[in-house]
Design a protein around this ligand. Structure first.
Ligand code: ASP
Length: 320
């Protein structure tokens, strides 16, 4: 069996994506029913986070606990990387320390591939720069399926700082592979210049981008990745692109509102919408636990067929 890395969504085919979502849904059912998940005694996962994280790191830990996997945490600060050790040497060290899998978040696009090349055991990308965040997109797809009953044929508007967002890229790839129509909505300066290479249509006016949308996915303004001059002011951005009760009017009546967190409250999203009935933001957090369990299970050689034998398909359930 070849090593099972999850480095991005772009290279996954639809069948693989559906299978991971099905396993996530089945793990959700089992965890809610108090049933045990398959166990991996003696396995150790290294969580390497070179950027801040609340949701992703904790949900990987929570998922690992559910699978009986031990976790060791590693950050750049306080490690030998602060003394100048390279990423390559760090990974070779961790390989020698008998870790079974690595979950890595890093500010540089493509670094999980480098980790995979040296680690040669399963590597899971937990967000690399502006590139991809595959487990976020898998969890978001599960959230949409649970709320809307389908993904095929939905119009999904991804709003805001698409240029710097790995969440936008992974979701665009994943949701379009599952048959959604994706729109990128934002100012010209925050939509990628190579938008045509991504599976989505650009919209520069919020009202047009939200027209008839079934799902509105808000993005945080990623100030840490932003060159100066991309925005004239936060106030102007808020006035033209904030998702709120008023600007959501052109969207479908049963629109759901998503945000990967952390939210800049009052900037890309107002409080009433973030905390209101259309918001599925906290559901996204929960779905990601099941998804990360599914990905760890798969990466460590678990057999999806064995889990799904006799389970109800979340896709078929949705169609029924
Ligand atoms: N938490 C998400 C990420 O790590 C979104 C964000 O930071 O805005 O990409």
């Amino acid at each position: 069996m070849s090593v099972r890395h999850l480095l991005g969504v772009r290279r996954l085919d639809t069948i693989q994506i559906q299978e991971l979502i099905e396993v996530s849904a089945e793990f959700r059912r089992r965890m809610k029913a108090g049933e045990a998940l398959p166990q991996f005694p003696g396995k150790v996962a290294g969580l390497l986070f070179f950027e801040g994280s609340t949701r992703t790191r904790v949900s990987f830990e929570r998922a690992a606990f559910a699978l009986g996997i031990q976790v060791t945490n590693f950050t750049g600060q306080g490690s030998s990387m602060a003394k100048g050790e390279t990423l390559r040497d760090t990974i070779l060290t961790l390989r020698q320390e008998l870790l079974d899998t690595i979950v890595v978040r890093h500010p540089s696009c493509g670094s999980p591939q480098l980790v995979a090349d040296f680690f040669r055991r399963p590597v899971i990308n937990a967000g690399d720069g502006e590139h991809e965040h595959p487990t976020q997109a898998l969890g978001d797809a599960l959230t949409i399926l649970l709320r809307k009953g389908r993904i095929q044929g939905l119009t999904v508007a991804i709003v805001g700082d698409v240029m710097h967002s790995r969440v936008a890229r992974s979701n665009a790839w994943l949701l379009s592979k599952l048959g959604a129509k994706v729109r990128f909505v934002g100012p010209n300066t925050l939509l990628p210049s190579n938008c045509a290479l991504l599976p989505g249509e650009p919209y520069f006016k919020l009202s047009e981008g939200l027209e008839g949308a079934d799902v509105v996915m808000c993005l945080r303004l990623q100030k840490e990745r932003m060159a100066q001059g991309l925005l004239s002011s936060i106030g102007e951005y808020r006035r033209l692109y904030q998702v709120n009760e008023r600007t959501l009017r052109p969207a479908a009546k049963d629109v759901i509102v998503m945000h990967p967190g952390p939210i800049n409250r009052g900037v890309e999203l107002d409080d009433a919408t973030a905390d209101g009935p259309r918001s599925v933001i906290l559901d996204q957090v929960e779905s990601a636990v099941y998804t990360r369990a599914a990905v760890l299970f798969w990466a460590l050689g678990g057999d999806p067929d064995a889990v799904l034998d006799g389970a109800t398909s979340v896709f078929e359930e949705a169609e029924a």
